[in-house]
Design a protein around this ligand. Structure first.
Ligand code: BEZ
Length: 252
């Protein structure tokens, strides 16, 4: 899925605005930090302002170009953490907000992160937890099924216990980890839900004809109104998994 950089910075700016709380888990003393999936660099900038030496990476060239333009003094480059090049060095902290649920191969992700962390390096991250946007996904699945299409969830929304196991398997020790509800107001008034769908489920909607798409979105708005419409805006039923884990030596 391609991100529209302008919309990422405006309509969907909650993505990085909510990430600000995650910054509180960063060490207080200056560290060398890798911001994985930095997007347009807003959180990378805040990490730098906290005194860290930070590098932002993203696999979208549009995002990296925008980040470089907005924050020319910071270090950004195009990189896919699943296929790291030797541009990536070794860091004290790997930081990531709202990115890991896009990555199907979590084992490879954690292995690659571990390989680019110093001994006792930290992983500080947040992404969608099990049950994330559940009402929206159920309504979408129901509408796709009604049209004869399967709904295969493309995202990895996981739980504390499952992710703890995965981290431990990859030689990380969990320092803290929590799942929490984070109801998220969507911009755009009445159009907020459909604009969110058009961004986050663009590929699935792209498989439909114009008429089918309109039916799906109208039915979703009708069925979700009682649950997710709050006075003058849609509120998506986000759930987050937030964690800090430390890399341990193999076998210890
Ligand atoms: C999220 O950031 O929570 C999210 C991402 C993709 C699809 C649905 C939710």
């Amino acid at each position: 899925m391609e991100w529209d950089v302008k919309k990422y910075n405006t309509t969907h700016d909650f993505i990085f605005k909510y990430g600000a709380g995650l910054l509180e888990l960063l060490p207080k003393e200056p560290k060398k930090v890798l911001d994985i999936g930095c997007g347009t660099g807003a959180l990378t900038k805040q990490i730098a302002e906290l005194g860290h030496k930070v590098t932002g990476i993203d696999q979208s060239l549009d995002m990296i170009n925008q980040a470089k333009e907005s924050y020319p003094d910071l270090n950004f480059f195009l990189e896919d953490i699943l296929n790291p090049t030797d541009q990536i060095e070794t860091y004290d902290v790997a930081f990531s907000n709202a990115v890991f649920h896009w990555i199907p191969n979590q084992d490879r992700l954690l292995k690659n992160i571990s390989e680019h962390l110093t001994a006792n390096g930290q992983l500080i991250c947040e992404f969608g937890a099990v049950g994330n946007v559940q009402a929206i996904r159920e309504a979408f699945g129901k509408e796709l099924n009604a049209l004869g299409f399967p709904f295969e969830e493309p995202f990895c929304f996981t739980s504390v216990s499952d992710y703890r196991n995965l981290l431990e398997k990859n030689h990380f020790e969990v320092v803290e980890m929590m799942e929490y509800d984070r109801p998220t107001p969507l911009k755009g008034g009445e159009c907020g839900l459909r604009e969110w769908m058009e961004q986050f489920y663009a590929d699935e909607l792209g498989e439909l004809t114009g008429g089918e798409k309109e039916t799906v979105l109208e039915h979703m708005e009708r069925d979700l109104k009682g649950k997710l419409w709050k006075e003058s805006q849609w509120e998506a039923d986000y759930r987050r998994l937030r964690m800090k884990a430390v890399k341990r030596y193999r076998g210890l």
